[in-house]
Ligand binder design. Structure first.
Ligand code: AMP
Length: 512
């Protein structure tokens, strides 16, 4: 079940098809991509003594070498540990130690920052261009070395560290079978992929965007990395028509920037076939605008590191079908369970909640992780009874559409009543003076917590708490309205485009 088998098969079927592109420039054909992966695997074994099942970490911004390194690691039967390139070097070093990786493949700048913190016995190979990398990629493949090492269905393939908003990050063990289930569900529920398509990696490859490589490898499609190595809306809109038939994953905050940029340029996102969005809440006002500006290019997924990209999907036609009587409600949902997955909502008493009643979302199915790395206590807690506890709160409607209300830990409890920040954020975003909003609870002597809002005003607008108060009172219950507003130029976001409520909480603690 080794994903490197998929690469080998595609390389034999389409040896001369472009595989890896930097911008629009082809860096490798499929035959070359597979040969490099086999050479890296031979080098990992012969030069670095990496045995099947061992972990090899990756610490670099998006680059075509990311895919070469990943497939080299898998070809050797080892597991990849993708590290968020924006972490502090000490955090990256902690992940190296915890995962017991002996080797990290790192870009030059990140390797330099990491060196003083590198745990004893861990080797760093710098990419691209270092002698060590050149030697690795040029390692002669021994007889039979073009065949990837076998990985069992329950073998570790991807050891992904949670963002660790509470305590230390945990290593999520994603197996070969998890990857296969995720990939199968993609073809069943998210999108088709054609040989002539291009996967454009604008979001970090260490996360969901990287996991969407498999479908494109299977079809022998192209993989393009933008020259900036990251998310730049203008660059994407420029590259897409030149690449054609582009597929990309984007966090909702990235979609927002892309739509603003397309509208400002008078375009509609030409060249982009599919934008899969997810990883954080997409506000209804934002997706309505996105479809109005860019048309039916959007599919939503809901997933988490522990069930990667694969819990629910909201299909393209449901996102775009304005004629459907339930269009608005469905647009505010994350869709229905993906085909191999099952969903449950548990109410406060631990019973299955009735339709419309919010509770904790549980998920089961072959995409759910094997557990947390070297952490049986956390594993038992997360997977008790064979269901993954997502930590998200949501409700199902009678047709099986799931609506997320919030992360359980973000729920504000004021005067003993639950307030879901997302509902307040949705209301604020409907005001024309608001570009972005984040709502959270601030300690309050009498009520436990009170609602406060951080607002990024729209271009040319100023924060007007009185107008926003009236606007909220017209839309949501009075007790849910923010009691204080803070204007900010931007909201703090992590590398994956998620709004960092912990950073905002710290800001609140510093505010008198
Ligand atoms: P991560 O494990 O970093 O991928 O984060 C997963 C979390 O992101 C989930 O548990 C949700 O809280 C959130 N999330 C993922 N997809 C969506 C979505 N489509 N809408 C809202 N929140 C989402």
């Amino acid at each position: 079940m080794n994903p490197a088998e998929w690469l080998r098969r595609s390389a034999r079927r389409w040896p001369d098809a472009p595989a890896l592109l930097a911008g629009t420039e082809t860096r490798a054909l499929y035959a070359g991509f597979a040969a490099t992966a086999a050479a890296i695997a031979a080098g990992l074994r012969a030069r670095h003594r990496i045995a099947p099942g061992e972990r090899v970490a990756l610490l670099m911004p998006n680059a075509t070498t990311y895919l070469e390194a990943l497939y080299g690691i898998w070809h050797a039967g080892a597991a990849a540990v993708p590290i968020n390139a924006k972490l502090h070097p000490r955090e990256a070093a902690w992940i190296l130690e915890d995962s017991e990786a002996r080797l990290v493949i790192a870009s030059e700048g990140l390797a330099a920052e990491l060196t003083p913190h590198l745990p004893a016995g861990v080797e760093a190979v710098i990419v691209p261009g270092s002698d060590a990398w050149e030697r690795l990629t040029a390692t002669p493949t021994p007889p039979g070395g073009d065949v990837p090492c076998t990985i069992a269905a329950d073998g570790l393939v991807w050891l992904f560290y949670t963002s660790g908003t509470t305590g230390r990050p945990k290593g999520v063990m994603i197996t070969a079978a998890n990857i296969a289930a995720m990939t199968a569900c993609y073809f069943m529920d998210v999108d088709t992929v054609r040989h002539e398509d291009t996967a454009l990696y604008a979001a970090p490859m260490s996360h969901g965007a990287g996991l969407y490589n498999f479908m494109h490898v299977i079809r022998g499609a192209r993989h393009a990395v933008p020259p900036s190595g990251g998310f730049d809306a203008a660059e994407i809109l420029d590259l897409a028509p030149r690449l054609g038939s582009v597929h990309m994953f984007a966090a909702p905050t990235m979609v927002r920037r892309l739509v603003d940029s397309a509208r400002a340029a008078g375009g509609t996102g030409e060249g982009i076939r599919t934008i899969v969005y997810g990883g954080g809440p997409m506000y209804r006002a934002d997706i309505e605008e996105a479809v109005a500006v860019m048309g039916p290019r959007f599919v939503q997924i809901y997933g988490q590191g522990e069930s990667p990209m694969t819990i629910t999907a909201l299909a393209r036609d449901l996102v775009a079908d304005r004629a459907h009587p339930d269009w608005r409600e469905r647009l505010a949902s994350v869709g229905t369970a993906q085909s191999l997955m099952r969903l449950r909502i548990l109410d406060e008493s631990g019973q299955d909640a009735a339709p419309g009643t919010p509770g904790e979302i549980l998920v089961a199915g072959p995409a759910v992780m094997a557990g947390y790395w070297r952490n049986p206590v956390a594993t038992d807690e997360a997977l008790a009874g064979g269901w993954l506890r997502t930590g998200d709160t949501g409700h199902l409607d009678a047709d099986g559409f799931l609506t997320l209300v919030d992360r359980s830990k973000d729920v504000i409890i004021s005067g003993g009543t639950n307030i879901y920040p997302r509902e307040v954020e949705e209301a604020l975003l409907e005001h024309e003076s608001v570009s972005e909003a984040a709502v959270l609870g601030r300690r309050h002597a009498d009520w436990g917590e009170e609602v406060v809002a951080f607002v990024v005003p729209a271009a040319g607008a100023a924060l007007d708490p009185i107008a926003l108060d009236a606007h909220c009172c017209a839309r949501i219950a009075r007790f849910k309205r923010p009691r204080a507003y803070f204007a900010c130029e931007t909201l703090p976001k992590n590398n994956y485009g998620k709004i960092l409520k912990t950073a905002l909480r710290d800001r609140l603690a510093d505010t008198p």
